[in-house]
Ligand binder design. Structure first.
Ligand code: NAD
Length: 538
C-alpha cells in the first residue's frame, strides 16, 4: 500500500506549510525525508519568495508565480501579500490582473473558482455543490462583459473575482475558505477569443436580454439555496446590466456592486476628507460631472444620500450635482435623457462647452467619468482654478490613457492649487520645487472592510448607508500631515489597520440598523478581530 497522507497534505494549499512543518508534524504525517530536514520559519520562506519574484522582470510573470504560490501554500501567499501591500496588490490585482485576464486561456496552470455556463441553467445547484467548501459567505461574480477598461473578456474575466477575493482576505481579513470566485459564461463578443483555440469558454456570441436575466435569476436563487449566508458582489458587468441587476436584487438579498457602490464610496471618502481638512462643510461642495453614465450615476446617487445624511433635502442635494455628457450640459429642456439622468437635469440654459459651464455653475469639484482621455484640458483646469481657492479635480476614467487629465497637468495648469485624485495611478509630481502626491480613488479601502463587517455580522442586506459609513470611516483616518503631502486617502501599506477600523464602524451600523443575523457582541472591535483571518502556521 502507498502511504500518501503526508503527500496529500503537502499538496493541499490550505494545510501545506512546506519546509515549515514541525518535527512532530513531519513524523505524524510521514513527511520525514519528503522535505529537507531543516525547519524554516514563515519569514524565511518569504525571503525565498521575494528572491524568486525578483528574478522575473515582467509583472505578468510575477502574477503567474504568485498565483502558483496561492495554489501551493495559502498561508505563505497571504503572509507575503500582507507583508507589503503597496508592492504586492498591483501584482495580484490592477493593473497586472488586466493583462492576466487577456491572456488567461494561455497562462493558466490550474483553473480556480466556478465556471457556470448558461447551458447549465437548470443545473446550477449541482455545480455549486461541487465546490468543496460548504459555508461560502462571499462570492464575487462577473460575466466578463466589461473587464476594467478592456471590454469583453468572456470567461477569462474570472481573473477579476479571483483577484478581488484575494483583496478581501489580505486587506480585510475575510477568511479565504468562505470565499468563492464565479464566472457566468454567457458567450463573448470578443472576436479574438472566438477564433482562439485556447479560449476555454463558450465560443458563441453573448446572450443578452430576457434569456440573460432569467439565467441570472436562476443563479441568484440557487446561490441562496446552497449558501444561505451568501453575499454576492457583482463585478465588471456592462453598465446597463450592472444597474439593472443591482436594482433587481439589492432589496431582496445581501448583494452589492463594487463598480457602482464601491467606486462611489471611495470617491465620497475623498470628498469628505477634503472637506474636513479644508474646514469646509460637505454640504457646501458642488459637483460637476463630465460623463453621465453608470459610474457618474453611481457616485451622484450616493452623493445625494450623503447630502441628505448631512441635513439637505433631496431637492437641495440634487441642486448641488450637475452633469455634462457627450451632448452637453444635462438641462431640463433636453429630450435625449434616460430615466436615471432626468433627476440631475436642471432648469438652465443648454451648454456644449464644459469649460464655460464651470464659470456658470461654479462647482467646487469636477469629476471625470467620460472615458475621454484629455477632456479636462488647460481651459477647464484654469476655469475651475479661477472659481476656487483649492479646486478639486477627480479624473476617474480608467485606464490611464482615458484619464481626463494627468496629475502633472492638473498641478501645473492650476499653478499648484489642485486637490487631485484619479481612477488610475499617477506618480508624484514636482511643481515649482514642491512634491505633490496624487491621490488614487482605490476601492480597496472600502470593499474588503465592508466584506469583513458583512461576514462577521452575517448582514442581511447591503445598504448605501453602510457604504457611506465606510466612506466616513476611511476619511476619518486621513491626517493633517497626510493632507499636507497632498494625500486624501490613507497609505495603502496601512490597509489592514485602516480596514479593521472601517469594518468596526460598518459592523456597528449593521447592528444599530437591525440588519445583523448574529447577536450584538459586548465589544465590536474585539468581535471583528476574532473573526479575521490571520496568515499563520499556528
Ligand atoms: P459609460 O459609457 O456608461 O458613460 C460614459 C459617459 O461619458 C456617457 O454619459 C457619455 O455621454 C459621456 N461622454 C462620452 N464622451 C464625452 C465627451 N466627449 N464629453 C463629455 N461626456 C462624454 O461609462 P461608465 O461605466 O460610466 O464609465 C466611465 C469611466 O469611469 C470609465 O473610464 C471607467 O473606467 C471609469 N470608472 C472608474 C471607476 C474607478 O474605480 N475609478 C469605476 C467605474 C468606472
Amino acid at each position: 500500500m502507498i502511504n500518501s497522507y503526508g503527500y496529500s497534505i503537502l499538496r493541499n494549499p490550505r494545510f501545506n506549510k512546506g519546509t515549515a512543518f514541525t518535527l512532530e508534524e513531519r513524523e505524524k504525517y510521514g513527511l520525514v525525508g519528503i522535505i529537507p530536514d531543516e525547519i524554516e520559519t514563515l519569514e524565511t520562506q518569504i525571503l525565498r519568495i521575494q528572491e524568486q519574484l525578483e528574478s522575473f522582470e515582467k509583472p505578468i510573470n510575477k502574477y503567474t508565480y504568485l498565483m502558483q504560490l496561492l495554489e501551493n501554500n495559502e498561508t505563505l501567499f497571504f503572509k507575503t501579500i500582507t507583508s507589503e501591500p503597496a508592492k504586492f496588490l498591483p501584482l495580484v490585482y490592477t493593473p497586472t490582473v488586466g493583462e492576466a485576464c487577456q491572456r488567461l486561456g494561455h497562462i493558466t496552470r490550474r483553473p480556480r473558482g466556478l465556471f457556470i455556463s448558461i447551458d447549465q441553467k437548470d443545473n446550477i445547484k449541482t455545480i455549486l455543490k461541487n465546490w468543496p467548501e460548504q459555508d461560502i459567505r462571499f462570492a464575487v461574480v462577473t460575466d466578463g462583459g466589461r473587464i476594467l477598461g478592456l471590454g469583453d473578456l468572456g470567461i477569462n474575466g474570472i481573473g477579476i473575482p479571483i483577484g478581488k477575493l484575494i483583496l478581501y482576505t489580505s486587506c480585510g481579513g475575510v477568511p479565504p475558505e468562505h470565499t468563492l470566485p464565479i464566472i457566468l459564461d454567457v458567450g463573448t463578443n470578443n472576436e479574438e477569443f472566438l477564433n482562439d483555440p485556447l479560449y476555454p469558454g463558450l465560443k458563441r456570441k453573448r446572450i443578452r436580454g430576457k434569456e440573460f436575466d432569467d439565467f441570472v435569476a436562476a443563479f441568484v436563487a440557487a446561490m441562496y439555496e446552497v449558501f444561505p449566508k451568501i453575499c454576492i458582489q457583482w463585478e465588471d458587468l456592462p453598465g446597463v446590466d450592472a444597474i439593472r441587476i443591482l436594482d433587481t436584487y439589492r432589496d431582496k438579498v445581501c448583494t452589492f456592486n463594487d463598480d457602482i457602490q464601491g467606486t462611489a464610496a471611495i470617491a465620497i471618502a475623498g470628498f469628505i476628507s477634503i472637506s474636513r481638512l479644508m474646514n469646509k462643510k460637505f454640504i457646501d461642495q458642488r459637483f460637476l460631472f463630465m460623463g453621465a453614465g453608470a459610474a457618474a450615476f453611481g457616485i451622484a446617487d450616493m452623493l445625494v444620500k450623503k447630502f441628505e445624511r448631512d441635513g439637505l433635502t433631496r431637492e437641495e442635494a440634487l441642486g448641488q450635482i450637475w452633469m455634462f455628457d457627450v451632448n452637453g450640459l444635462l438641462v431640463s429642456s433636453r429630450t435625449d435623457l434616460v430615466e436615471h439622468q432626468l433627476q440631475f437635469a436642471h432648469d438652465c440654459e443648454p451648454s456644449d462647452n464644459f469649460a464655460e459651464a464651470i464659470l456658470k455653475i461654479r462647482p467646487t469639484a469636477i469629476v471625470g467619468v467620460s472615458t475621454v482621455g484629455g477632456a479636462f484640458n488647460q481651459q477647464v483646469i484654469e476655469n475651475i482654478s479661477l472659481v476656487n481657492e483649492r479646486p478639486i479635480i477627480f479624473p476617474y476614467s480608467n485606464p490611464t490613457s482615458h484619464s481626463e487629465c494627468t496629475a502633472e497637468q492638473a498641478y501645473t495648469w492650476s499653478k499648484g492649487k489642485a486637490i487631485f485624485a484619479s481612477g488610475s495611478p499617477f506618480a508624484p509630481v514636482e511643481y515649482q520645487g514642491r512634491i505633490f502626491t496624487p491621490g488614487q480613488g482605490n476601492n480597496v479601502f472600502i470593499f474588503p472592510a465592508l466584506g469583513m463587517a458583512i461576514f462577521a455580522t452575517e448582514a442581511k442586506r447591503v445598504t448605501d448607508d453602510m457604504l457611506l459609513t465606510a466612506s466616513e470611516a476611511v476619511a476619518e483616518q486621513v491626517t493633517t500631515a497626510d493632507f499636507e503631502k497632498g494625500l486624501i486617502y490613507p497609505n495603502v501599506n496601512d490597509i489592514l489597520k485602516v480596514s479593521i477600523k472601517v469594518a468596526e464602524k460598518v459592523a456597528e451600523h449593521i447592528f444599530d440598523g437591525g440588519l445583523a443575523s448574529v447577536e450584538r457582541p459586548e465589544n465590536i472591535a474585539d468581535f471583528i478581530k476574532s473573526k479575521m483571518y490571520v496568515p499563520s502556521y499556528n
